[in-house]
Design a binder for this molecule. Sequence first.
Ligand SMILES: *Cc1c(COP(=O)(O)O)cnc(C)c1O
Length: 395
Amino acid sequence: MTATDKIISEYQKFVLNTYTRSPVAAVRGEGSWVWDADGKKYLDLFPGWGVSGLGHCHPRVVAAVREQAGRLLHMPNNFFNELQGRLARRIAEGAFPGKVFFGNSGAEANEGAIKLARRYGEADGRFEILTMKSSFHGRTLATVTATGQEKYHSGFGPLPPGFIHLPFNDLEAFERAITPRTVAVMLELVQGEGGVRPARPDYIKAIRGICDARGLLMIVDEVQTGMGRTGELFAFQNYGVTPDLMTLAKALGGGLPIGALVVSERLKDVLTPGTHASTFGGSPLVCAAALAVFDAMEEENLLRNVRSAGGYLREKLEELQSEFAAVREVRGMGLLLGMECDREGKPVVEACLERGVIINCTAGNVLRLMPACNIGQPEIDLGVGILREAMNKIF
Ligand SMILES: *Cc1c(COP(=O)(O)O)cnc(C)c1O
């Protein structure tokens, strides 16, 4: 029995079986590399579903966590902690003038946005939130209902009312869906789980204009796109618009669990004391990690690297597209890239894993790569070389 087999057998006995798992048990990570319990090394081109946006165990994050762990781990939110205030300032200064609420996950950040929107609309009886087909907003009951994918709803009814799913990038459908009950629209600027589908700039600009004209809140879910992934700190900055609410999680904590709801200045008093809370939210430990992420982004010029490495990886994927008839399209932004195939992508993911490269497949047929923001050209060359081998075998 290998060390990996032993770990897996414990899962089979004691861990609830809610995930489709690959037979890899990682025990150590460094940058774009991870090692499993039996010493096999992997190039990780999908670190932590975007959580490890700076790669595994970034030295600044590790140092900040070590230092803070010896000082103060947790204090509840009925007191103040210096790091939460500093982090909120950093987020607002990077995004737009406003205030921040901290939770522990993407779903929790989106729940906060949904609650804020409902409270905002309460006075004039508005509660409906427009969301998009193929979207992903989380697994809690409200956020899974907001998620426009039937497969995630199945068996969990009755679902909370007030969510309308619209075709993405379809402005007419958006305009038609607005009623006197509509209070907000919630969407991703690049649909991640839905197949790496960027929103069109004209669509997003028009939505912003209509939200202003009709008094709707524009909620942007940047749980996957935030913290530099698209080449700007936040994806909305590629679109020349500013949302009313933005949610963050994944890469914000550099590997630690954190979620944030960012609320524009004019909405800062919608949630008042006692209306919303999170026991763990914004603890000194996770805030120290997130502050280190901001430092690294700035001091290591990572936005610039996302743009150059993203452009380079895109070129390499387009080369694969020209080599393999099975590849229909390469799309995405920055270092969030997808390659849509005319067939299932899972066998390619498995063939890559056997060869020591971690990638992902979403929406059935979209191979998705979301490497660390500090990835270099040699690692991209290595990864794409192995992806080519895998595609040669499978396609
Ligand atoms: C991952 C994700 C979520 C959910 O985040 P959790 O931390 O798993 O709750 C929400 N929205 C988007 C766009 C995501 O990619």
